[in-house]
Design a protein around this ligand. Structure first.
Ligand code: WTA
Length: 665
């Protein structure tokens, strides 16, 4: 049967790894020598799971993984149906568990999972867990920006709060299929608002509360929400950000374009700003606290089809307009829950903390839905990891006895710079599993995360995935895998990654190229809002027959996957995707800037998104039709001057020499 399986590359390896010895956390050199391998490169740096960990893990060995993985790709219908059956479905899905066309040459790209199945993800996150006895379990520990400001909520209490908001939304005319924009910082109200929308079948679109009024307006214009939910202000570190004012300008801008939002529901975040100080538009603006408490604490569920939309999340593209990534209900539910359970080896006694904001996909899938679907206790943190000092994360870990800690390499690197003493003064004894996401984690940061934060005891799940994929795609399963620092290891169940060359031809074995996926998985996005054609051209046309991730990747001799970063015009800063076009438009909004072109350069990523260098230039390299040739800028910026390529199509080729001179200064 393996012959039919075109992702057999890594399987072969897994089989060969299946008889590796598992030393108790003892690492690398010695083990590599035992294995008779020369420790020539990163590829040979091995970290073995401890026997203690493996013996209690959901997936305890490579063999076990292999069995499950093979079933997941040979019999996806059976594999995923079994898992889906653990959730509550009002009606079961149809005969055909999934339907897919991944090939643009065969017609419209289409992905469906569990179509005909009737369910509700909010019900599965809350009511189902309460019915199985978890009503009094803590669902959320909320830790405010200021140490000492905190609260918590049980599953029962969370359900009541969600129902009150859901009732309110219904009352102001939000129906199934309507959009609601959420522009909130990491208050408890953020996951509450997401769940309330899901309960009534409304489509939430969370916009990261660090985005500008223009970006917010652009998203409002695209999805036309009935209601915008925000708060008046928020504290982050020592700063106060006036969110409501940003919303006011965004609503003004969208109204000028003919998109009028009826209601702006505003939470009074009185630790940051008092009600009285907040600017108010009568008739449109409503205080959350004035209305929500009047509503009943129960609310009927809107039962939806598995393929009904759950949320829209905008992500940067390489051209101007952000892409409204659409996720539907059933497949996303099953996929986020399953990936959460296995990649973090989740157990009911765990306390889980993901540092991501709900404004990004990580906060959707792994602050809100994945953990709550598993009945987990989640820490939601409002503040900044370096406030009041750089030990804050470990203070929180000790305070709540966090056992699973999921963060981004940028945070790891920034804390690493501050020195070990800020870590070692905390116990961190509760930690069991660590996770990383957002960008490749370089081996030295991996080592520091493993040795210093996790006391060489906690496996690291370096999870590769994207807004588009909904959940983890390539990730270690802690306990099962021998890890290699810096590698995301192997595909999750049901995921068939392939590496292709520039012609779109699959390459086997040890290689590097473009990372694609060849079959659908339940958590895949279904379209880009209002632009299915862009969905097809952006993701399915470059290499027909495959989903193209936009990432470069290599596979080593043992079959481990190593992500090498974006190959398109998207800049990845601190794990956040920023389109070059967005930075350009911010620059040109300045009256003294006529034009701008932005390209990403390889760089040790900093803690926030500030450009390293700005070169004022008399002109930009443009084609005669006016398109800026960023390829040339990228080469100049990275000093690959002998690879400039053909510059003869430029309107004014002398610009290139001027730019080179500027860059040299
Ligand atoms: C990058 C975040 C290497 C990658 C979940 C991807 C990673 C983009 C990893 C998606 C990882 C994410 N190793 N690179 N573990 N995780 N990336 O949509 O370039 O914000 O394409 O989703 O982040 O970013 P997005």
């Amino acid at each position: 049967p393996r012959k039919n399986l075109t992702t057999s590359n890594h399987l072969r390896h897994v089989e060969s790894m299946a008889h590796l010895p598992s030393g108790a956390g003892r690492i690398t050199r010695l083990n590599a020598l035992i294995l008779g391998e020369a420790l020539a490169s990163e590829e040979d740096d091995l970290v073995f799971p401890s026997e203690d960990f493996s013996s209690q893990a959901h997936v305890s060995s490579p063999q076990k993984y292999l069995e499950m993985y093979q079933r997941s790709v040979h019999d996806p219908s059976g594999f995923w149906s079994d898992i889906a059956s653990e959730f509550y479905w009002r009606e079961k899905w149809g005969q055909q568990v999934y339907h897919e066309n991944f090939d643009v040459r065969k017609g419209k790209i289409k992905i469906e999972w569990f179509k005909g199945g009737i369910t509700n993800i909010c019900y599965n996150c809350l009511d189902r867990n309460i019915e199985s006895g978890k009503g009094d379990k803590t669902a959320i520990y909320w830790e405010g920006n200021e140490p000492g400001l905190d609260s918590s909520m049980t599953y029962n209490q969370l359900l009541a709060r969600v129902c009150q908001l859901a009732n309110y939304l219904k009352d102001v005319g939000v129906h199934k299929g309507d959009a609601v924009v959420i522009y909130l910082s990491m208050l408890m109200e953020l996951p509450i608002a997401m769940l309330a929308c899901a309960r009534i079948g409304a489509i939430h679109s969370v916009v990261f509360a660090g985005f500008s009024a223009e970006s917010l307006a652009q998203r409002i214009i695209d999805c036309r929400p009935k209601v915008v939910i925000t708060c008046n202000a928020v504290r982050r570190g020592s700063k106060i950000i006036y969110l409501k004012e940003i919303v006011d300008s965004a609503l003004l801008e969208s109204a000028q374009k003919g998109i009028v939002t009826d209601v702006c529901l505003t939470y009074e975040n009185d630790s940051a700003m008092k009600k009285e100080m907040t600017k108010w538009t009568k008739g449109r603006d409503i205080w959350w606290q004035d209305v929500i408490l009047k509503y009943p604490v129960t609310c009927d569920v809107e039962w939806v089809d598995a393929e009904d939309p759950l949320f829209l999340l905008y992500t940067s593209g390489s051209t101007g307009k952000p892409k409204g990534v659409l996720h539907t209900t059933g497949g996303y539910m099953v996929y986020t829950a399953t990936t959460f359970k296995y990649a973090f080896d989740y157990k009911p006694t765990d306390i889980y903390w993901c540092t991501a904001d709900c404004g990004w996909i990580t906060g959707h899938s792994y602050v809100t839905y994945g953990p709550l679907l598993n009945g987990a206790t989640v820490v939601v943190f409002e503040g900044a990891p370096n406030y009041p000092d750089v030990g804050r994360c470990w203070d929180i870990v000790d305070k709540y006895k966090v056992s699973i800690f999921y963060t981004a390499p940028t945070l790891v690197r920034s804390l690493m710079r501050e020195g070990d003493e800020h870590v070692s003064r905390y116990s961190r004894k509760s930690l069991r599993v660590l996770g990383s996401v957002g960008e490749p984690i370089n081996p030295s940061a991996w080592r520091w995360f493993f040795n210093v934060i996790g006391d060489a005891r906690c496996p690291i799940s370096d999870t590769w995935w994207q807004t588009e994929t909904g959940g983890f795609m390539i990730t270690p399963l802690p306990g099962a895998w021998t890890q290699k620092p810096g590698s995301a290891t192997f595909p999750f169940f049901g995921v068939q990654p392939v590496i292709v060359d520039e012609k779109g031809v699959e390459i086997e074995g040890e290689c590097s190229g473009y990372l694609c996926v060849k079959r659908s998985w339940p958590g895949a996005f279904r379209t880009l809002h209002g632009d299915h054609e862009r969905y097809e051209t952006t993701y399915f046309s470059a290499f027909p027959g495959y989903y193209f991730s936009g990432d470069g990747c290599s596979r080593d001799k043992d079959g481990y996957y190593w992500l090498t970063g974006r190959v398109d015009d998207v800049i990845n800063v601190s794990g956040h995707r920023i389109g070059t076009a967005e930075v350009e438009s911010a620059l040109v909004s300045h009256p003294q800037c006529a034009e701008a072109a932005v390209v990403g350069v390889e760089h040790e990523i900093g803690a926030f998104a500030a450009p390293d260098k700005i070169h004022w230039a008399p002109g930009l390299p443009k084609t005669r039709s006016g398109k800026i040739m960023r390829r040339i800028l990228r080469k100049i910026a990275s000093r690959q001057l002998d690879e400039l390529g053909d510059t003869s199509t430029l309107a004014d080729p002398t610009v290139v020499d001027q730019l080179i001179a500027l860059a040299d200064r």
